[in-house]
Design a binder for this molecule. Structure first.
Ligand SMILES: [Zn+2]
Length: 420
């Protein structure tokens, strides 16, 4: 960006700090935590006139009941699944889809301030969702306001998708938008995620549940039954070798420098975790079954069918060796994501982000999953995920979630720089 333009941008963004934190405060105040996610209609209705003031055409799009019931609904959820699609034809040749989610995780315990009333302390703004990911929504509104003030036109037609249930899945509002063909455009910017680097790769998610079957009997004569918990112990020991085999693989997508510093890993890797175990009825009953649950996160270079096959083969071997009765249920989550790092869009996002934040932002992969991966699998758009929160300090999903005011302002500069 040329010097004169940069100075004008800096001045305008500084003048809009109150507007920016004001918008973010309003967004946090509407408690869109999921479960249950019962205030999506409220936040969408609040956003519509704001986007209309910037010349957008807005649609409140509810996930149809039949889709909701078959793909997303569970007992913890209530209220309508209302999403926002805001579009603006700027007379440009190309269009960009700008996405993030409006839901947040529940507040949890341990806060030093009210989670849904923002507080500013030492250049940080605190509140549930300020980093993940309402801060990026407030920044987008501020970026539009800056562009208005400076009379700078967007060089892309804009298609803003602000959607629901990302934090709970498996079929978020964005997945519905993708399937309903509402995300057409040449590029995609995902404002979800942190500002650590430009994320172009994510792992796919496969949740699994394994039932170890035993046979109950009186615990004083255990030889009459089969203790499912003891069987599960054997299964877990055997699965440790599958974990070892899986976790030596690596993707060609690099980790962030922080991640490398902490873990020693240079590229993203698959993981295999056992994360839940339940079994047993009563102290004096030999347990008839024991259920293990976990997740298998697979790199973009792996594919889900092979991942499942590998798991099934390992279980087959355990069955053969020990005669244990096992039943596997796999529940696919978001697919993996991979955009070629040499893609022009990636380069542009990287360059503009590095300039706005005053540090070079690396192209990275992350081991978590994102719902935008599902969307771009359909749309085939090049995608970059780059958000406003700090990977190290924002404590997204934890108590005292916060975002630096400076990062919010730099993020506004990033958006203006990218769009103009
Ligand atoms: Zn998020």
């Amino acid at each position: 960006m040329e010097e004169r333009k940069r100075a004008a941008l800096e001045k305008s963004v500084c003048g809009k700090e109150k507007e920016l934190t004001g918008w973010l405060t309003e967004l946090v105040r509407i408690p869109t935590f999921v479960p249950p996610g019962e205030n999506y209609g409220k936040i969408v209705d609040w956003l519509i006139p704001v986007f209309e003031d910037f010349g957008f055409q807005c649609e409140r799009i509810e996930m149809p009941d039949d889709v909701y019931e078959s793909k997303q609904k569970n007992d913890e959820l209530s209220g309508v699944r209302a999403n926002l699609l805001a579009t603006k034809d700027c007379g440009a040749k190309e269009s960009v889809v700008i996405y993030t989610h409006l839901d947040v995780v529940p507040s949890g315990e341990g806060w030093n301030s009210h989670p849904f009333e923002t507080v500013i302390k030492n250049d940080r703004l605190y509140g549930r969702g300020v980093a993940d990911s309402k801060g990026s929504v407030a920044s987008l509104l501020t970026a539009l306001s800056v562009m208005n003030e400076l009379n700078w036109d967007s060089k892309y037609n804009l298609r803003v998708a602000l959607t629901t249930d990302e934090e709970i899945g498996p079929y978020s509002g964005l997945c519905y938008f993708a399937d309903a063909g509402l995300l057409q455009g040449d590029y995609c910017l995902c404002m979800d995620g942190d500002n650590e680097g430009i994320a172009i790769a994510t792992n796919g998610v496969l949740n699994w549940e394994l039932k170890v079957q035993g046979k109950s009997c009186h615990s004083s004569i255990p030889f009459m039954g089969v203790n499912a918990i003891e069987e599960a112990k054997v299964v877990m020991t055997e699965l440790a070798s599958l974990k070892k085999k899986v976790e030596v693989r690596e993707s060609k997508a690099p980790c962030s420098p922080h991640m490398t510093e902490i873990s020693g890993q240079e590229h993203i890797m698959p993981v295999f975790n056992v994360t839940m175990i339940s079994g047993g009825v009563k102290e004096n009953i030999i347990p008839p079954s024991c259920t293990l649950k976990g997740d298998r996160r697979y790199i973009p270079e792996e594919n889900m069918e092979e991942v499942i096959k590998e798991f099934e083969d390992a279980l087959e071997a355990i069955k053969m060796k020990y005669g244990i009765d096992l039943e596997l249920l796999c529940k696919p989550g978001y697919p993996p994501m991979f955009t070629d790092p040499s893609n022009e869009w990636v380069k542009e996002v990287q360059e503009v982000a590095s300039e706005a934040f005053g540090v070079s932002k690396h192209i990275i992969g992350v081991q978590g999953g994102l719902d935008v991966a599902y969307a771009v699998q359909k749309t085939k758009q090049p995608v970059c995920a780059f958000g406003v929160g700090s990977f190290m300090d924002s404590n997204a999903h934890g108590a005292d979630e916060n975002v630096m005011i400076r990062d919010l302002k730099d993020y506004v500069k990033f958006l203006v720089g990218l769009l103009t």
